[in-house]
Design a protein around this ligand. Structure first.
Ligand code: AGP
Length: 607
């Protein structure tokens, strides 16, 4: 969640590089930032600021950093201690010799802190990270790698921690467990980052560190050590398509990514679905279909979890495989029955979600069949799992997931069709779904043209602070995702409930200040939904409809957003698009920071 960036290279370049590339890590978090620079004369400069990296940059402009050649920097997502300059990283050891930045959580920091205070250390911040700086000094007897090992043996939790030693300004050293760290090289400059994406534009190849690795970087060479001694780590190459991540004509990345979705869907299906011959191709899924799988358990968080609720519907209805979905934050704490006829699927739009990654490791350790659906080839999850399907959504830059979600849902539908065709799926149904998918990108483009219409409805409702999302049956994930997006972007309260539950209890929540949004795409339970709308209208409360163009009862709604339905299994893609636009426009008209909603980070790398 926090971002780390370090630089070792030419005098004068350290501050520029670290600050410039910290800006790229802001999507991880953006409440405060700090840097520490050292020069060959062993002078240390620490600069911290609350707010965006731009503020740090503004402050740095009044300093002369022309002699500084090594630096570490950090963007913070507060876990321990408030958002203050004192709590900003880097933190330093008692003597001021060692400086550290850290991503992760040190779970036993309180007891280590007491121990260090007893030994005479002074603490200034409320953070767990400051313990690392003091403890490192306690462990150091002249050998950095030995000190790192001693330090790692005493701490529990997750960490990617990077140190500099002012007495040895020609080196950077660090250790990693749980939290990601990568290294890149270019000419005589060397970079360490918590995310390879921050290195795009700087380097072509990067090395990814594994858990347990310790690393020492000098101007001439680098060494990776773990418990078995020196190890080699594979080089990854930055792909051409990853190099393009600018806004273009759009005011926000979120809007840009919403508009990219028709192309994303074409990417997802390219080479996998032959629409002319109605055939499907995937070696991975072919080998999965040979496994005699009887049950699937899906593990994910947030929007990815909602994607999988749709996945469950597809897998059960089309492939006839019983499917459970569980949030990754809960999975690892429940009793697990790992059976040889069960497939565990892990889903992540980013690449480093700690909860999902931990859950995956548990199943792997117990020899369960592990499968993942992920968007980033070189990601932590990609490196741990054995079989996978890439979602091919391209880089999703800021916090709210849109195109990655749609690509995930498309992958699940593809998977259900693939497994279903070898099992139980009715051929007529199979053909009809493929036909609907073949025009889906065009259908989405048509719907995107309604963005202004949706904007005017969003503006009309922008002053309400509570919303109800109503659904029946498999429209549940769509309602939940609508509700999540609205909360995430506007900070309004919203709930997603079955419209059937209204009369049982949830109608007690509604009043004239609490509009309901009925997702009623014309599926079999449309008439039941209409009765629920009548119940709300009978009390003169507001209802917005997400309905089909062919709906004959549009007059039931105060306002409605329409789409042209295709087939039950494919309609969710269109309903989702309307929800994304509605939430985006409402957040934008409320003046929210759409790409950087408060308190959220793109990659949730701590538990
Ligand atoms: C999506 O808009 C959210 N930002 C969030 O819920 C996200 O889906 C969740 O943190 C899981 O992330 P992942 O898909 O990268 O694992």
């Amino acid at each position: 969640m926090c971002g780390i960036f370090s630089y070792l290279g030419r005098p004068g370049n350290a501050s520029k590089s670290v600050i410039e590339w910290l800006k790229r890590l802001e999507y991880r978090w953006y409440d405060s930032a700090g840097i520490c620079l050292v020069n060959h004369e062993k002078h240390v400069q620490i600069l911290k600021s609350v707010g965006r990296v731009l503020e740090l940059k503004r402050r740095s402009d009044s300093y002369d950093f022309s002699t500084y050649h090594v630096g570490i920097g950090h963007t913070r997502w507060a876990t321990h201690g408030k958002v203050t300059e004192t709590n900003c990283h880097p933190h330093y050891s008692d003597s001021g010799r060692f400086m550290v930045v850290h991503n992760g959580i040190i779970e036993n920091y309180a007891e280590l802190k007491s121990m260090l205070i007893e030994k005479g250390c002074t603490f200034y911040s409320e953070t767990d990270t400051e313990v690392l700086a003091k403890l490192y000094e306690d462990c150091y007897t002249g050998d950095h790698m030995q000190a790192l090992e001693l330090l790692a043996n005493q701490i529990s939790g997750a960490y990617g921690m990077v140190f500099i030693d002012k007495e040895h300004p020609d080196r950077i050293f660090w250790a990693k467990k749980g939290s990601p760290l990568v290294i890149g090289f270019w000419n005589e400059e060397q970079f360490v980052s918590s995310d390879y994406r921050s290195l795009i534009g700087l380097i072509d190849n990067y090395i990814v560190l594994e858990d347990g690795d310790m690393f020492l970087l000098t101007p001439e060479t680098y060494t990776v050590l773990n418990t078995i001694g020196t190890v080699d780590r594979m080089k990854h190459t930055i792909l051409e398509e990853e190099k393009v991540a600018d806004l273009g004509v759009y005011p926000h990345f979120m809007l840009k990514e919403i508009f990219e979705q028709p192309d994303v869907l074409q990417n997802v299906f390219r080479g996998r679905i032959d629409f002319e011959n109605h055939s499907l191709h995937s070696d991975t899924l072919e080998s999965i279909s040979q496994l005699s799988i009887e049950k699937i358990t899906i593990v994910a968080s947030g929007t990815s979890y909602h994607a999988w609720l749709l996945g469950k519907y597809y897998l059960e209805e089309l492939a006839n495989i019983q499917t459970d979905v569980i949030v990754s934050t809960e999975f690892k704490y429940k009793k697990q029955f790992i059976n040889s006829n069960e497939l565990y699927i892990f889903v992540s739009q980013s690449w480093e979600t700690a909860d999902t990654l931990d859950s995956l490791k548990i199943v792997k350790e117990r020899w369960g069949h592990v499968f993942w659906i992920v968007n980033v080839p070189g990601s932590s999850i990609a490196r741990v799992a054995a079989q996978w399907l890439f979602t091919r959504a391209g880089i999703e830059v800021w916090v709210a997931s849109t195109k990655a979600f749609v690509a995930q849902v498309a992958c699940f539908l593809f998977m259900a069709l693939y497994l279903g065709k070898n099992r139980w799926l009715d051929y007529k149904k199979y053909r009809a779904i493929l036909d609907a998918l073949s025009t889906l990108s065009e259908d989405m483009r048509f719907l995107l043209a309604k963005t202004e219409e949706i904007r005017s409805i969003a503006i009309k409702y922008q002053n309400y602070r509570n919303f109800f999302y109503l659904w029946r049956s498999h429209e549940l994930p769509i309602a939940m995702e609508w509700s999540l997006k609205l909360k995430e972007l506007t900070y309004c309260h919203s709930e997603a409930y079955s419209s059937g539950e209204l009369k049982h209890w949830s109608i007690a929540l509604i009043d004239e200040n609490f509009p309901s949004i009925m997702i009623n795409g014309g599926w079999p339970l449309a008439m039941k939904n209409n009765s629920s709308v009548e119940e709300i209208r009978a009390r003169s409360w507001k209802v917005i409809g997400i309905i089909s163009d062919y709906d004959t009862q549009k007059n039931l709604y105060d306002d409605y957003m329409c789409f042209t339905p295709t087939i039950e299994e494919v309609n969710p893609f269109l309903e989702i698009l309307l929800l994304q636009l509605f939430s985006y426009h409402m957040a934008n008209s409320l003046g929210r920071d759409v790409d950087k909603p408060r308190n959220l980070a793109k990659s949730v790398t701590v538990e």
